[in-house]
Ligand binder design. Structure first.
Ligand SMILES: Nc1ncnc2c1ncn2[C@@H]1O[C@H](COP(=O)(O)OP(=O)(O)OP(=O)(O)O)[C@@H](O)[C@H]1O
Length: 924
């Protein structure tokens, strides 16, 4: 009994759960795991549980336990503490039964409010638990004391809590076994496994609270057999957490179920803890150091030594006759197997001498002398430190190679580096693209359709003796739908599709490229029929002759050679089609293009007006809009000359985003136009504030362009001009519709001259209206020079130079013409530009008033559209061609066509001006 009442503080701590049991109070505090609040337990808890609140469930007056509870509630904490201190060794009033050694029922058997009196006697402890008598409690304390030895204070607290809980709730069977062993065997010794078991049990018990055990008990009493009956009580109590409302139990959200999970981390920590505990309980259990004298008197002189081992020339291990030792010293640890005594020696010679002397003194004949062995042992820690860095390095290497490989597509470490990175798409699940998703490019589709019908029905061709082309190169500007077409081919033919980019063959290791090519083709051969698509093939397929100029690249060359070999290696029956995409067909190696490899060259250009209409139709399908589809696609395609399929897809998506930002229910024409402006001109830079003087210059500059466009017959009619800065350095922004209202494929001299004159309109206007000029016309001059140079050197439009083509070739170091021709070219270019300048100046001088009117209106409104110009300048004096009227007339303030793109593929047509006023850095 004294064990339980060591000091008032302890009493207070222990009386709380007991009173809690007796009263069956559902305190909210009790929901907190005890292990988390040990320091908060003492005083306030006693008060809380010793007093019955109005809303607490009332105990049954008939039951003895209820009376106990009632009494204790009346007396309160003070009485409990007093009685405990006055009658040491006796339980406080109301707790007698809890500590009654004859009463085998656990304190947990106290019925909760409302339970029937007779249940008290029949109440059993939870399965897996058993109540304790006093002797058992003492044994438990002894075990706890030995476990606590050597543990830090925080750990001993947990064990105290667990013991407390066990005494109140009963002993789990696991613990009872150990206690029984201890009671029955006076020589009971704790081994490592037992220590670990004890730590586990104590930790679990310390985390339980009274309600959990009681809830389990109540359920047992009501005869509700759960399927998990027989599990330890703490397990079941957690499984009841979800049934809120039944009891005023713990808040499920606060219960940390994971605490009982035995994951790897927990396992390792508890294993370490157990070992530490075991070691601290039995320090030096497997060895002990002694002196030579001890060795001599205790063991050698008594004939107990079996063998001596000299370790590392400085230590001797004594191996004893275990049975003889057991007879002589039954208590000695040396009885145990694996226990050895050690003593240190100064030198082996001195040790041998002393041993010799001892043998002689003891009169041991030389034949029976104690055998001595000599060994060198490396301590475990030393071994760890010597191999540790190497192991660490190997582990790091392995780890990083795996990470790098998984980042690059999940190959198996450094060993998978030669494997192909091609992604395989399955026609059934991954490739849903069909030819109907590819708008326009009818000719390209027709060409490639042949591959599809070959893959679907090869016999049709083979029966006629025809050989099917091995592959096709799809070339064209970026975003024109090359990849889309290849995917559609796979989708239509219903075969596996391997997609890889040319750059994925290139790696810093030599030989990786060819190895990946081999792997790709061997995979493909295993899965025939199939399609391989190599995007951006120019990364590996560049002409070998050109590479050599800059020193060459052997790795790329051998990768290319491997591709050539593999494509040659297909036999005619293998249905593997290789498609490749590139933006630069001109740099490809000729060997790639020869018949038998990529026999077909399918060029995909930017879509025509009609093609754009169809592409818009494809992408508008997913968009919610109320605009008439025919009108919408027609107008949008007219507004977007030079757009690629990808640009169109982007525009449509951008329009939907703009509409969503404006909270519109459908995408309107204005949203599409804003999107187009944004794609062409970039974002409006409202933050860029120009000075009034700068603004005026920009307005007059743009007005100059606008007047030229309006009054030159072959210039582009203006649709919109603004002086709100946009995009990359453009201070003004103007949109024109290409002359003719559609795509322009041919330009005559008149058109070119008008266009050049219009491009110079900005600078000429500045000259007319200001006393100085600005740097803003530099981009205009660049365009004019390029146009004039092309007229002279490429298009045969200069009589002096004649019908020669001196197209500039960057690869060539020397110009292919004489100095005199160079001088003539210069003078002709100058003459043409001067003519354009004169043409522009004459017009702007003539229309000076109109120019001023347009510029002032622009300054006022910041943006003018076609209708404003009609109002200021009157109707344009020339007939507009094409579908212009259909889409742009009578559409107030809605026209917003872009300037035709100037950047284009070679041979795409003459330079087209985009007279936007640009900001230039003229410092230094
Ligand atoms: N003819 C088209 N019909 C419908 N959509 C198209 C068409 N052309 C391009 N697109 C759109 O543009 C996107 C990009 O096209 P794709 O990737 O095929 O271009 P690409 O020519 O392979 O470009 P790159 O040369 O840069 O690889 C497609 O996903 C599609 O949405």
């Amino acid at each position: 009994m004294t064990n339980f009442l060591p000091r008032p503080g302890s009493l207070a701590r222990r009386s709380r759960p007991v009173a809690e049991c007796a009263l069956c109070t559902g305190s909210s505090l009790s929901t907190v795991s005890r292990s988390r609040i040990p320091s908060r337990l003492p005083k306030s808890y006693v008060r809380r549980y010793a007093t019955v609140n109005d809303d607490d469930p009332k105990p049954d007056k008939n039951t003895k336990d209820a009376q106990v509870a009632n009494r204790s509630s009346k007396d309160g904490e003070k009485k409990i503490a007093d009685s405990a201190s006055k009658i040491p060794g006796k339980p406080p009033p109301g707790f007698e039964e809890t500590f009654d050694k004859n009463n085998r029922s656990s304190p947990l058997s106290a019925p909760s409010g409302g339970s029937e009196p007779d249940k008290h006697d029949t109440a059993k402890p939870p399965p897996g638990f058993a109540p304790m008598d006093e002797r058992e409690m003492q044994v438990l304390d002894t075990i706890a004391q030995s476990v606590k030895k050597g543990l830090p204070q925080s750990q001993t607290k947990i064990i105290d809590d667990a013991i407390d809980m066990i005494k109140r709730g009963g002993v789990p069977n696991e613990l009872r076994e150990i206690m029984n062993e201890k009671m029955n065997n006076p020589n009971f010794k704790m081994d490592l496994a037992t220590a670990a078991k004890l730590v586990r049990v104590f930790t679990k018990m310390s985390r339980m609270n009274v309600q959990q055990i009681m809830a389990h008990l109540e359920k047992e009493q009501n005869g509700k057999k759960e399927k998990d009956e027989g599990e330890p009580a703490f397990k079941q109590s957690y499984s009841q957490k979800g049934k809120g409302g039944q009891q005023k139990g713990p808040d499920p959200s606060k219960i940390r179920i994971g605490e009982f999970k035995l994951d790897t981390g927990t396992f390792l920590i508890s294993a370490f803890l157990s070992y530490y505990l075991y070691r601290s309980l039995y320090p030096g259990e497997s060895s002990r150091d002694i002196t030579w004298q001890e060795f001599r008197t205790t063991f050698l002189d008594k004939g107990l030594v079996d063998k001596l081992t000299v370790i590392n020339r400085n230590k001797v291990r004594v191996e004893l006759h275990r049975e003889a030792v057991a007879n002589m010293y039954p208590e000695s640890p040396a009885v145990r197997a694996n226990f050895y005594y050690y003593f240190t020696i100064g030198s082996v010679e001195a040790f041998e001498r002393r041993l010799d002397e001892a043998h002689q003194e003891l009169g041991i004949p030389s034949s029976e002398r104690i055998p001595v062995a000599y060994i060198d042992e490396v301590p475990l820690s030393a071994a760890f430190f010597s191999f540790g860095p190497t192991l660490l390095f190997v582990a790091a290497l392995f780890y990083f190679s795996r990470r790098a490989a998984s980042g690059a597509g999940g190959q198996s470490g450094i060993f998978g580096i030669g494997k192909s990175r091609a992604k395989r798409f399955n026609h059934e699940t991954d490739i849903k693209t069909k030819f109907s998703d590819v708008a326009g490019m009818d000719e390209a589709k027709l060409e490639i359709m042949e591959f599809v019908s070959f893959l679907k029905d090869p016999t049709k061709y083979q029966s006629l003796g025809a050989k099917i082309p091995r592959g096709a190169i799809l070339s064209g500007p970026p975003g024109t739908g090359k990849t889309l077409l290849a995917k559609a081919t796979a989708g239509e033919s219903g075969v596996p599709f391997y997609s890889v980019s040319g750059s994925e063959f290139v790696e810093m290791f030599v030989g990786v490229g060819p190895s990946r090519v081999r792997d790709l083709f061997s995979n493909a051969r295993k899965n025939t029929p199939c399609i391989i698509f190599i995007d951006e093939i120019d990364a590996i397929g560049k002409s070998r002759a050109k590479q050599n100029f800059g020193g060459g690249n052997d790795e790329r060359e051998s990768t290319l050679n491997q591709i050539l070999t593999e494509m040659d290696g297909f036999n005619t029956s293998e249905q593997v089609v290789v498609l490749a995409g590139t933006n630069r067909p001109d740099v490809l190696d000729k060997a790639l293009m020869r018949p038998g490899r990529f026999d077909r060259h399918i060029s995909i250009d930017r879509p025509t007006m009609d093609g754009r209409k169809q592409i818009f139709l494809v992408h508008l399908k997913k968009i919610v809009t109320s605009v008439n589809m025919d009108y919408l696609t027609g107008r949008l395609s007219a507004l977007t000359p030079g757009f690629s399929g990808a640009d169109i897809a982007n525009c449509v998506n951008e329009a939907a985003l703009i509409a969503a930002r404006a909270n519109a229910t459908a995408v309107e024409m204005t949203h599409f136009e804003q999107a187009i402006e944004r794609v062409i001109g970039g974002l409006e830079k409202k933050s860029l504030v120009l000075t009034p003087e700068e603004k005026k210059t920009v307005a007059y500059h743009e007005a100059g362009h606008a007047i030229c466009g309006w009054f030159f017959k072959y210039a582009d009619p203006l649709l919109k001009v603004s002086i709100i800065p946009r995009g990359q350095g453009a201070l003004g922004y103007a949109q024109y519709l290409p002359a003719g209202g559609g795509d322009v494929y041919l330009m005559n001299v008149k058109q070119l001259m008008d266009r050049m004159a219009m491009t110079l309109g900005g600078r000429v206007s500045e000259e007319l209206w200001f006393d100085t000029v600005t740097s803003g016309a530099s981009d205009d001059f660049n365009k004019v020079t390029r146009m004039a140079t092309a007229m002279v050197t490429e298009w045969g439009m200069s009589q002096k130079i004649g019908y020669l083509n001196y197209k500039d070739d960057e690869q060539r170091l020397h110009k292919p013409f004489s100095e005199e021709t160079a001088r003539n070219i210069d003078s002709e270019v100058r003459r043409i530009v001067d003519e354009a300048y004169k043409q522009c100046k004459d017009l702007l001088e003539e229309k000076k008033d109109q120019l001023q009117a347009v510029a002032e209106e622009l300054l006022k409104k910041e943006m003018l559209v076609r209708d404003d110009l009609v109002r200021i300048l009157g109707k344009r004096p020339f007939e507009d061609r094409g579908d212009f009227h259909k889409y742009f007339d009578n559409q107030e303030g809605k026209s917003a066509p872009p300037p035709p793109p100037t950047e284009g593929t070679e041979g795409a047509g003459p330079e087209i001006p985009a007279p936007a006023f640009r900001q230039h850095d003229v410092r230094g």
